[in-house]
Ligand binder design. Structure first.
Ligand code: PMP
Length: 357
């Protein structure tokens, strides 16, 4: 008998299916399924990568001091309270590994990001799904679900795949009301898209039970480099650093991220273009009879009359060379998540959906 078996929970994790960038037999494909920056990385980041490539025979920095200093400077944070990871995915993973185990519960929202459940199960903990109100985070429902076994509460704000967000006062009320052993993780992967929103940085800086995660994969256009970071109390950051591999980030990734975060003019341009095109896309879809939630991020959640209609529209879009994201796995079978692309892509996707309708 084969006695080799994974830890309980591991086989409950579904293999990741996303990321497709081509459609067989279709040319000129546009990928609008991974919420990437359609304008690419900044020139400064590309130049930094070329320079850093000359040093690729050396191991990278282990403490990420330069990148943490750049993040701290740009966001006005304490560099000692920052940890960098292979995407914010890795920070989510560290949090689960360090703080949740068998018998512990990890809360995520009904339409929350898939990694929370994956990382909770990988740590041997039990994921607990909390319902949302019309695709908006329901703080009271989270508080009602939290109990003595709750170790982590993951909340993306803005949320993926809904694009909706809640205010800081609500988040503070949540942090205040959680049991003392629970950490609230505020996932700010899309925080940069919201003018004036700090992603919960001030809250994470002042409350010992709040951690904020951020990424370079979205507005900074570095999804392929895999850089994210977390911000929280020095005690929590110290714990996470103990399980972090000493060379988790490559020399080129560190250089790209540092240049990208300092290129504030480029970031600003991408943000304002995203806002303009997102509003245009939402309106164009509405005119074709496809409503979407009030998105604050770089995608819209287009809602159809039925799961069958959403599936048929997805198939039609693919046949026309447009890849968007089915979100049935997020309890949203009648919706499609569409990344805000550049202007020609937005026009093309709106046009094709108009023809479908
Ligand atoms: N959180 C949310 C809400 C996301 O949508 C994503 C990426 N899809 C991530 C975290 C992870 O991003 P990354 O690992 O690229 O930083």
């Amino acid at each position: 008998m084969n006695q080799i078996a994974p830890q309980p929970g591991i086989m409950e994790i579904a293999l990741y299916q996303g990321g497709k960038a081509s459609v067989e037999g279709v040319s000129n494909v546009i990928k609008l399924s991974s919420n990437e920056n359609p304008f690419g990385p900044s020139e400064a980041a590309q130049e930094a990568v070329r320079r850093a490539a000359r040093e690729m025979h050396r191991y990278p920095s282990t403490d990420h001091a330069e990148l943490r200093a750049a993040i701290a400077e740009v966001h006005g944070l304490d560099a000692r309270q920052i940890i960098c990871g292979v995407g914010s995915d890795e920070i989510i993973h560290f949090l689960c590994q360090a703080y949740a185990g068998p018998g512990d519960e990890v809360i995520h929202t009904e339409h929350g990001f898939a990694m929370y459940r994956i990382s909770a199960l990988a740590a041997g903990a039990t994921p607990v799904e909390v319902p949302e109100q019309e695709r908006v985070t329901d703080v009271d429902a989270i508080l009602a679900a939290a109990g003595p076994k709750t170790k982590l509460v993951f909340l993306a704000n803005p949320n993926n795949p809904t694009g909706t967000m809640i205010g800081l006062a609500e988040i503070e009320r949540l942090a205040e009301g959680l049991p003392p052993q629970a950490i609230l993780v505020l996932d700010g992967a899309y925080a940069e898209y919201v003018e004036g929103y700090d992603g919960g940085a001030a809250l994470a800086g002042s409350r010992s039970n709040v951690v904020m995660t951020r990424t370079f994969s979205k507005l900074y256009g570095l999804g392929g480099m895999r850089v994210g970071w977390g911000y929280g109390s020095q005690e929590i950051i110290d714990v996470l650093n103990r399980i972090r591999g000493p060379f988790n980030l490559s020399t080129v990734a560190l250089a790209a991220a540092e240049a990208a975060i300092r290129d504030t003019a480029y970031v600003e341009r991408c943000r304002s273009e995203n806002t303009r095109l997102r509003n245009w896309l939402a309106e164009a879809l509405a005119e074709h009879g496809v409503p979407s939630d009030a998105s604050t991020a770089n995608f819209v959640l287009a809602r159809f009359g039925s799961p069958e209609e959403a599936a048929a529209c997805d198939a039609f879009l693919q046949s026309e060379g447009l890849i968007v994201r089915r979100v049935a796995g997020y309890n949203l079978p009648a919706a499609l998540r569409i990344t805000v692309g550049d202007e020609p892509s937005c026009r093309r996707v709106a046009h094709v959906i108009g023809r479908f309708k």
